[in-house]
Ligand binder design. Structure first.
Ligand code: NAP
Length: 244
């Protein structure tokens, strides 16, 4: 069987790193996307030391030239891409921390959308020609339970998460982006899904999450490696679909 090629953005640490480890553990060649060469090279080396075929690929999702260069390099070296995990993401705070919606500076919203939404569109569009060359292309957009309007408007919201306007709305938009691509790609072998990894201890939340990054990554890797009968255009968590 041909070895599958997977690109994970923001794979130098946290859930992205663990996703690279999980997909590498499934025998895939993992392209460790990172914006910093130093951090990316170190992450790829750590995975390679575990026996994983891991290679660093420089990609800053907010930098069009970097995204284009990454797509060209993957095309030149591999000729196709089987799995794209759009994991790179940020949450935004200012000097006041995470202000309520009424006090949020528009710049914070713009910054969150720049990485969490526009970055995903840029990377997806650059990689789609390569994914279309795969017999079973898979795109996983790393979303969040905080994207769920169903939960956020439920008086008994099971998540009861923070009301972070920049982050939460950017992830809701990412869900809509996921549906848009799934609609375009319906009838092709490429499947596009959004995955909520659960609240995991990473740098993003000061390691407050009760789950490990590896547990979150396992959900992402499972959807990334799904077979032809799996869903497309779905919003999934560990226990199944979430309310949009
Ligand atoms: N942790 C959770 O509980 C949780 C829950 C739901 C969803 N998520 C989502 O999971 C994903 C991973 O988050 P995490 O918790 O693992 O956070 P993290 O440890 O802060 O990792 C974020 C990763 O994204 C990278 N990144 C940020 N901006 C980038 C850019 N412009 N270009 C390329 N890479 C960029 C970071 O690179 P640098 O090291 O260079 O900054 C880092 O590798 C995010 O999309 C997040 O929203 C996390």
């Amino acid at each position: 069987m041909t070895t599958q090629i997977a690109l994970i953005t923001g794979a130098n640490k946290g859930i992205g790193f663990e996703t690279a480890r999980a997909l590498g553990g499934r025998g895939m060649t993992v392209l460790v996307g990172a914006r910093s060469a130093d951090r990316g090279e170190r992450a790829a080396a750590a995975l390679a030391a575990e026996g994983i075929d891991a290679r660093f690929v420089q990609v800053d999702v907010t930098d069009a030239a970097s995204v284009e260069a990454a797509a060209k390099r993957i095309g030149d070296e591999h000729g196709r891409l089987d799995v794209l995990v759009n994991n790179a993401g940020i949450t935004t705070t200012d000097a006041a921390g995470s202000p309520p919606p009424s006090a949020v500076a528009p710049e914070l919203v713009r910054a969150a959308f720049e990485t969490n939404v526009l970055g995903v569109v840029a990377v997806t569009n650059a990689m789609l020609p390569l994914l279309r060359r795969s017999p079973a292309g898979r795109i996983v957009n790393v979303s969040s339970g905080l994207a769920s309007l169903g939960w956020l408007t439920d008086p008994h919201d099971p998540l009861n998460g923070p009301n972070l306007l920049p982050y939460n709305t950017s992830k809701t938009a990412l869900n809509a982006v996921t549906v848009a691509y799934a609609r375009e790609l319906a009838g092709t072998p490429v499947k596009v899904n959004a995955v909520a990894p659960g609240y995991c201890a990473t740098d993003m939340n000061g390691h407050a999450g009760p789950r490990t990054a590896a547990q979150g990554a396992a959900v992402i890797a499972g959807v990334a490696a799904q077979g032809p009968d799996g869903p497309s255009g779905a919003y999934l968590a560990e226990d199944g679909p979430l309310p949009w």
